[in-house]
Design a protein around this ligand. Structure first.
Ligand code: BGP
Length: 479
């Protein structure tokens, strides 16, 4: 057997965004109010506020975002110019079912995505579609209590069925829930809220509520995988996790065991999605804590029959953790026991830059499941400056991506990982999810829009645009 020297033919190079972070047009084309539409803007050090409906006195950056809703043709042409083979975005549930519980879908919303997918396919760009990326109809939160309510499973499956039927011949690659494991950090209201419409800290038993939500989402995901395969057996339907590998602070056995346990907080999600059952460690944890998770008798079978085809993952950083950290959880990214790693640098937002961690993550996940992986997010959030001549020299972004692609190639060519593609996050500047800012930018394409709402929304090519163009043209050989 010979080892591969290069990335495979047909490797899916592209870029990724999510509907609510780029589209805008929040009340156009019959769209309903989503939970992202009631999330205020933030600022450095100032959290976004979950407001009770759209209220005066708040700014809502997602309402306009970068106006992809009306400018998508211009943007898709730029993606094509870079040579994209695929483009990852999500379908806003509220464009299709404005309230979430209607019987009939909104035709204008369906038509928008028909037009977008046609535009992509015109350039041979494969759409890669996330069904739930941090948004859901606000009505389902107000009237049903979000994903804590089992009825939401049926509403989501209905939404998924409608779009999978409609785009059966246009979309081959799907993912169910974006970064579903973020909810494991239920102490942070924004994470639970964006993934499920539930603020766990408001619940009597927050952690049990979180597991109940997850059970509903696991079942919904499995139902959608089964459904999609029936609609078109060629569909590839993945799960999606935020992969933050944890390193033991020291070789002290307690630090090592701490990591082993903490990593289960990530692997639980891939285990259930890829194997179709709850692993013993989580059943034991529930028993230990006296948690009672409501399940229907048919759920066991549904989970087994709806294993995902691949794992989509985001990778931005790694974290070092210590079993007995002082002030645990506050040091770096809020993960329990997390401490600054002296061997890596961090971004201005404290995200620890660790390209080797990407290879480590890919090899670990592949060895665990032997299923294809897809890096559907990776990137460097930074403040970009526009030069007097209009140029944007984002060498720091190029350096970050270059180093990560190198490690990605090692994972494929040396470790033998089966990798479907690579879609850097925020290929066009968009609203940052955690901060609600425009100024935390990831794009190859600059959008003239500022945190105070000013700006022309004009697009411009950054230095990384031409760099990425040659990376794709050489299938990752010219970095
Ligand atoms: C991931 C999300 C994205 C995205 C990205 C960058 O967690 O899936 O939606 O926004 O992180 O995060 P941020 O925009 O907060 O920098």
């Amino acid at each position: 057997m010979t080892s591969k020297q290069q990335l495979p033919e047909g490797f899916l190079w592209g870029g990724a965004v999510a509907a609510h972070q780029v589209e805008g047009g929040w009340d156009q084309g019959g769209k309903g109010v989503s939970i992202a539409d009631v999330l205020s803007g933030g600022a450095h050090g100032v959290d976004r506020v979950i407001t009770d409906g759209v209220q005066a006195g708040y700014s809502y950056p997602n309402h306009q975002a970068v106006d992809f809703y009306s400018r998508y043709k211009e943007d898709v042409a730029l993606f094509a110019e870079m040579g994209f083979k695929c483009f990852r975005t999500s379908i806003a549930w509220t464009r299709i079912f404005p309230n979430g519980d209607e019987h009939e879908p909104n035709e204008a919303g369906l038509q928008f995505y028909d037009d977008l997918f046609d535009e992509l396919l015109k350039y041979n760009i494969e759409p890669v579609i996330t069904l739930s990326h941090f948004e859901m109809p606000n009505h389902l939160v107000k009237a049903y209590g979000g994903w804590l309510n089992r009825n939401v499973v049926d509403f989501f499956v209905r939404f998924s069925e409608v779009v999978m039927e409609r785009y059966r011949n246009k979309v081959k690659y799907w993912m169910t829930f974006n970064e579903i494991n973020n909810q494991r950090n239920w102490q942070y209201p924004l994470f639970g809220y964006c993934c499920s419409g539930v603020v766990f800290t408001d619940q009597d038993n927050p952690e049990q509520a979180m597991f109940q939500v997850l059970h509903h989402q696991f079942v919904a995901s499995a139902q959608v995988v089964r459904l999609g395969h029936n609609i078109n057996p060629a569909m590839q339907i993945g799960c999606m996790i935020a992969m933050v590998p944890l390193y033991p602070w020291s070789c002290h056995p307690e630090d090592v065991m701490f990591v082993q346990e903490a990593m289960r907080e990530r692997f639980l999600f891939s285990d259930v999605h890829m194997r179709g059952y709850y692993p013993a460690y989580i059943l034991n944890e529930w028993a230990r804590k006296g948690y009672d998770i409501a399940m229907l008798p048919e759920d066991t079978r549904t989970l087994r029959e709806g294993c995902a085809d691949y794992i989509g993952l985001s990778y931005y950083m790694s974290n070092a953790v210590q079993a007995h950290a002082q002030g645990s959880g506050s040091a770096v990214s809020g993960f329990a026991g997390s401490v600054p790693n002296p061997h890596v640098k961090a971004s201005d937002w404290g995200w620890q830059i660790d390209p080797v961690g990407l290879r480590y993550s890919l090899a670990t996940l592949y060895e665990r499941y032997q299923k294809p992986l897809f890096i559907v997010e990776n990137g460097f959030g930074a403040i970009d400056n526009v030069g007097a001549d209009g140029s944007i020299n984002d060498d720091y972004r190029i350096a970050y991506l270059q180093a990560h692609i190198e490690q990605m190639k090692l994972a494929v060519c040396y470790d033998g990982v089966e990798l479907m593609g690579y879609t850097p996050w925020g290929c066009i500047d968009c609203v940052s999810f955690t901060t609600g800012q425009y100024s935390k930018r990831y794009g190859f394409i600059y959008v003239d829009k500022n945190d105070d709402g000013s700006g022309t929304l004009n697009r411009a090519r950054k230095k990384s645009f031409t760099w990425y163009q040659q990376v794709i043209a050489s299938n990752g050989e010219k970095l």
